[in-house]
Design a protein around this ligand. Structure first.
Ligand SMILES: [Zn+2]
Ligand SMILES: [Zn+2]
Length: 203
C-alpha cells in the first residue's frame, strides 16, 4: 500500500471540498477540485510541502474548477478532466486546454500516477455527463456523484437521474465496503455505511 497524506480545504460559497492527496515517498501530490480561495489552497500546498503534479476535476462545475488556472499556472501541474465535461471549463481554463498546454483528457478506467500512488478513474455520469469518481488505496473521491446519505443533483443542465442511479448501482455498489467516501461537499463517510443507510443506495 502506497503511503499517502490526505488533507482538505473547504472553499467557496458552496463549501466545496478541495482535497490534497500526496505521495509520502516522493512528495508529489494531486489537488482535486480547486474551486475557490486560491490563496488558501496554495497555503495548504506550502504547509504540506509537496510538488503539485496533477490537478484533477471530478466534474466541470465552477465550484470545483474555477481556480484551475491559478493552481496550474503556479505549479506547472497537468490538468485532468473527463472528456464529457471538458466543454464545461468556461471559466479560466479553456485557454489552457485549447492552447494545448499541460492537460490530459480522462476516460473510464484510466490510471493517474501521482508519485507512487495510482488513482483509478471511474466514470460516473448523471450529475454531469463527465463526472468521475477516483479510487486510490482505501479512498474513494466521489465528487458530486455520492454524498454522505445523499447523491448529487441531476436537475441541472447535463444532469440525468437515470444515468446517476445507473452509475451508482453499476460502478459504486460493487466497490469494497471499507472504502472511505470523500465527497465534493459535506462530511466523509464509509461506503459500507452508505450502502446500508443512504436511501439511494440501499441494498
Ligand atoms: Zn457539481
Ligand atoms: Zn459541487
Amino acid at each position: 500500500m502506497g503511503k499517502y497524506l490526505l488533507d482538505r480545504v473547504v472553499v467557496g460559497l458552496l463549501s466545496t471540498n478541495c482535497y490534497f492527496l500526496v505521495c509520502e515517498e516522493t512528495k508529489k501530490g494531486a489537488i482535486i477540485d480547486p474551486g475557490a480561495y486560491p490563496s488558501q489552497i496554495w497555503g495548504k500546498v506550502e504547509e504540506l510541502g509537496f510538488d503539485v503534479t496533477v490537478v484533477i476535476n471530478t466534474h466541470g462545475h465552477g465550484d470545483h474548477t474555477d481556480e484551475n488556472k491559478y493552481i496550474v499556472e503556479r505549479s506547472g501541474a497537468t490538468l485532468m478532466i473527463h472528456e464529457d465535461d471538458k466543454s464545461m471549463l468556461v471559466v479560466g481554463m479553456t485557454d489552457v486546454v485549447d492552447n494545448g498546454k499541460n492537460h490530459k483528457i480522462l476516460h473510464d478506467g484510466d490510471i493517474i500516477e501521482v508519485g507512487n500512488l495510482r488513482l483509478q478513474v471511474i466514470h460516473t455520469p448523471g450529475h454531469t455527463p463527465g463526472g468521475i469518481c477516483l479510487k486510490c488505496e482505501n479512498l474513494l473521491f466521489t465528487g458530486d456523484t455520492l454524498f454522505y446519505l445523499s447523491v448529487g443533483r441531476s436537475d441541472m443542465p447535463g444532469g440525468d437521474y437515470k444515468a446517476l442511479m445507473k452509475s451508482i448501482h453499476d460502478k459504486i455498489m460493487p466497490l469494497d465496503d471499507d472504502l472511505i467516501v470523500l465527497p465534493g461537499h459535506g462530511p466523509h463517510s464509509e461506503l459500507g455505511y452508505e450502502k446500508n443507510h443512504n436511501p439511494y443506495l440501499r441494498r
